[in-house]
Structure formats: structure tokens, C-alpha cells
Design a protein around this ligand. Structure first.
Ligand SMILES: C[S@@+](CC[C@H](N)C(=O)[O-])C[C@H]1O[C@@H](n2cnc3c(N)ncnc32)[C@H](O)[C@@H]1O
Length: 261
């Protein structure tokens, strides 16, 4: 991994994936390894459920079966004790935190979830798809969610937005300058390198590496930040999907859809 002081031409940053294998390697190195490494640290900063996700979960009748895809530390798993919530994630570190909390979770990649078709009344997938590095793989993940829903079931998907100012309102991510920011890298135009994003600033590119600083090391998480209507565009390739609502929630694009019979 390059250090922040390396000149761009000497850095060994990953490049935009050209194949599925490249994409797997990029996600392994800059998503899965990082989440495992930061699991406890990350979990300590993630306890406040987003109100609109809670509102979505509150819309289901008692005893509905809900899957949380990419459940992280399980912060949505105990919103209601009359729902049957199951979570899955690629990070063993985060799953073990869920298990300590007695949540029902299993290890799975969101592109291939080992569960029968038409199983769930609802699915949430919160802040996960922006870690998938090609459009085809993002489509695979959404197809998998559609497959798992019962006809009439609904899913809520949220992703980080490239636009951090919508209708003249800046997101909390941009306005909250409490976190120390450190400009770390600029794009090397000669290569296809993925740039390092400067935290708490507007995104310059849709594909970027976002630093996570631990006392002893700086880790880089891969993100594909979505532009307006990008989720709708991908979903338009899947039959059986009816979009119920789409909105921006403080720097995130969100979509609620129903699986049609
Ligand atoms: C920003 S966290 C969000 C966690 C949780 N949904 C929340 O809202 O707190 C992203 C989560 O996605 C998981 N993740 C990333 N890529 C994944 C994949 N391909 N399959 C399953 N989970 C994945 C990570 O391990 C991590 O738990």
C-alpha cells in the first residue's frame, strides 16, 4: 500500500477493474480485508440506526421475515422484536459481533446468497452496494435481492451518493468537519489508478478509495459512489421490479422497490 507522502507516479494504488477477476481482487483487498481489520473500531462508530431505514422496517406486519444483506454489526437487527430478522455479511469480524449480540447471521457474499428463491417478505441492503466495483456485479447483487424476495415483498437499498449537495443542502458528511481531514492524493492522469478521496469533501470521481485511520495504520476502503438515478438504471435491467419510492437521504441515494408476481 502506498503512503500518503508518495508521489503519484511511485504509488501502487489499485486500478479500475477491467475484468471480474480484477474486481474480486480489488474488493478482497480494499473492502473485505479492511472490514475485517477494522471490525471492532467500525462497530464502535455505528450504533445509530438511520430513521428512514427504521421507518421502512416499521412498515412490515408482525412476524415478517426480513433479510439484512451486508448487515455489518447488526444495527438494524433488533429494531422490532416481532420481526424475524436474519443478516448476512462478507466480514467474519462483523458477523462475530452480531453473534455476540445473539443475532441470526450467516457468512455470504451479496452476489450469491445461499437461500431459496421467494423466501423473504422484506430485504434491506444499507450502504453495501457502493463497495461493489463493476456495474455488472452491482446488477448481480440486485438480482440476488430480487430473487430472494417473495412476490409482493419489498426491498430498501441505500448507497453513498456522489452528489453530496442536493437542492442546495449539503450533506452531514460534508458539513461535519469535526473529523481531521488530510488531503492525500491527486489523480495520476497517465494511469487508471483509483484516486484517494479527501474525507469530508465532494467526490471528484465515482470510483475512489476512502481512508480509514487506525492508530497504527491507514487503510483504504474502495467505494463506487452513485450518481442520481444510477440505482434506477441498474434496476431497469431486472424484470419483476416496481419502484415504490426513491429519494436522497443526507448524501445517500435510496430506493424502495417491490417484487412483482
Ligand atoms: C458501510 S458497512 C454497512 C453495514 C450495515 N449495513 C449498516 O448499515 O451499518 C458495509 C458492509 O457491507 C459489507 N460488504 C461489503 N461487500 C460485501 C459483499 N460483497 N457481500 C456481503 N457484504 C459485503 C461489509 O462487510 C460491511 O459490513
Amino acid at each position: 500500500m502506498s503512503s500518503s507522502s508518495s508521489p503519484p507516479h511511485q504509488s501502487i494504488l489499485p486500478t479500475i477493474p477491467k475484468s471480474d477477476l480484477d474486481a474480486c481482487q480489488l474488493e478482497q483487498e480494499h473492502v473485505h480485508k479492511v472490514y475485517n481489520n477494522i471490525a471492532h473500531n467500525f462497530s464502535d462508530t455505528r450504533h445509530k440506526p438511520w430513521p428512514r431505514v427504521v421507518e421502512f422496517l416499521r412498515s412490515f406486519p408482525s412476524h415478517s421475515l426480513i433479510l439484512d444483506v451486508g448487515c455489518g454489526n447488526g444495527k438494524y437487527m433488533n429494531i422490532r422484536n416481532d420481526l424475524m430478522m436474519i443478516g448476512c455479511d462478507r466480514s467474519e469480524g462483523l458477523l462475530s459481533i452480531c453473534r455476540d449480540r445473539q443475532y441470526q447471521v450467516f457468512l455470504s457474499d451479496c452476489m450469491n446468497i445461499p437461500v431459496p428463491t421467494n423466501m423473504f417478505d422484506g430485504v434491506i441492503c444499507i450502504a453495501v452496494l457502493h463497495h461493489i466495483s463493476t456495474e455488472n456485479r452491482r446488477l448481480m447483487a440486485l438480482k440476488e435481492i430480487v430473487r430472494l424476495l417473495k412476490p409482493g415483498g419489498q426491498a430498501l437499498i441505500t448507497v453513498w451518493a456522489k452528489e453530496q449537495e442536493v437542492e442546495n443542502k449539503k450533506s452531514t458528511y460534508i458539513t461535519n468537519k469535526n473529523t481531521k481531514t488530510c488531503p492525500v492524493h491527486t489523480k495520476n492522469e497517465q494511469t487508471n489508478e483509483i484516486i484517494i478521496h479527501t474525507p469530508r469533501t465532494e467526490f471528484q470521481q465515482p470510483d475512489c478509495l476512502v481512508p480509514w485511520t487506525k492508530p497504527t495504520e491507514k487503510l483504504l476502503r474502495y467505494y463506487h459512489v452513485f450518481v442520481k438515478d444510477e440505482l434506477e438504471h441498474i434496476l431497469s435491467h431486472i424484470s419483476q421490479v416496481k419502484i415504490i419510492n426513491s429519494y436522497n437521504d443526507d448524501g445517500n441515494w435510496c430506493i424502495i422497490f417491490m417484487k412483482m408476481a
